[in-house]
Design a protein around this ligand. Structure first.
Ligand SMILES: [Cu+2]
Length: 139
């Protein structure tokens, strides 16, 4: 390391969870808290369960809840950004297999610092019951 080397971004993700899928359901929302130690932005999500993962948010428009996709989500330094039902979330489409309550869903978040350098953050999301309550772990 030399003095000119940029410091790696420190990103902490906690309380990551999703819901078990109903039979035939191939979409899922994923929720978590994320905090970066310096200004950054979440620019993408990868998971082995699908090639189609998007950043979304829900918004009231003309009295109707609508979902929109976002190219990125800003992560201001040392501020917890909450991904939660009814707001920001990660949306997975075309799931290759169902999500079972008590299991885990592996995700990789792509976070870019102010200089455009990307950091990969591995996250394990707890799969909760369909109603969002915590499931008993199988193992
Ligand atoms: Cu969505």
């Amino acid at each position: 390391m030399c003095a000119g080397t940029a410091l790696a971004l420190e990103v902490v993700v906690s309380e990551a969870w999703t819901r078990a899928t109903a039979p035939g359901q191939t979409v899922a929302g994923v929720y978590f808290d994320i905090e970066s130690d310096s200004d950054a932005r979440l620019v993408g999500v990868e998971t082995r369960l699908t090639d189609v993962a998007e950043l979304h948010y829900m918004k009231m428009e003309d009295g109707v809840m609508r979902m929109r996709s976002l190219p990125k989500v800003d992560l201001p330094a040392r501020e917890t950004v909450k991904f939660a039902p009814g707001g920001l979330h990660v949306m997975l489409f075309e799931l290759k297999r169902p999500l079972e309550a008590g299991g885990e869903l592996g995700l990789t978040l792509l976070v870019e610092d102010a200089g455009g350098q990307q950091t990969r953050v591995d996250v394990s999301a707890e799969v909760r019951n369909f109603d969002g309550s915590k499931a008993h772990h199988h193992h």
